[in-house]
Design a protein around this ligand. Structure first.
Ligand code: ZN
Length: 163
């Protein structure tokens, strides 16, 4: 069986390298799975998969997936793969909301995604105001949800914290 590449690296002028869909990607499609080296601390190219566990992309292509506050990809936390949360057009850049996996970013930045619901400063889920955390409640990784549920005064997802 021949594997199809769902993405390609692009280096558009005056832009950082990113990944683009080389063809239309229907909603619900798996795009790629996260792979790399496990680490106890975040890096510029890692993705947080547990309370104190990060996976560094190394040279894997998924490191080029950019942040967006209205992304076209979302994480499937059952197998740590990116899937299309809406139809993605050919040549569209692949994006993911870093705030749905990262408690604290190794390299915080100001978002310029331009969407109406932009989170502005992308420094990690734990740095967000409660109202912004609530906006992500259906999309955050289990380790972020657990940390929030067990944080003193942190029952923002409608689950009471344990005494
Ligand atoms: Zn944004």
């Amino acid at each position: 069986m021949q594997r199809q590449t769902l993405y390609a690296i692009t280096t558009e002028a005056a832009e950082a390298p990113g990944l683009c869909a080389p063809r239309n990607v229907p909603v619900g499609s798996k795009v790629c799975r996260v792979s790399g080296l496990l680490s106890g601390a975040p890096t510029r190219t890692s993705l947080q998969i547990g309370a104190s566990l990060h996976i560094d992309s190394g040279t894997a292509e998924w490191r080029f997936i950019e942040h967006s506050c209205a992304p076209n990809l979302e994480m499937d936390f059952t197998d740590w793969s990116f899937w299309a949360r809406r139809d993605i057009a050919a040549h569209e850049r692949l994006t993911f909301n870093y705030l749905t996996t990262e408690a604290r970013m190794a390299a915080p930045f100001t978002c310029r995604c331009g969407c109406s619901e932009c989170f502005d400063t992308i420094a990690g889920f734990s740095t967000l105001a409660p109202s912004l955390k609530r906006r992500l409640s259906d999309h955050v990784a289990p380790h972020l949800r657990d940390a929030e549920i067990h944080r003193p005064g942190g029952c923002i997802f409608g689950v009471a914290a344990r005494a």
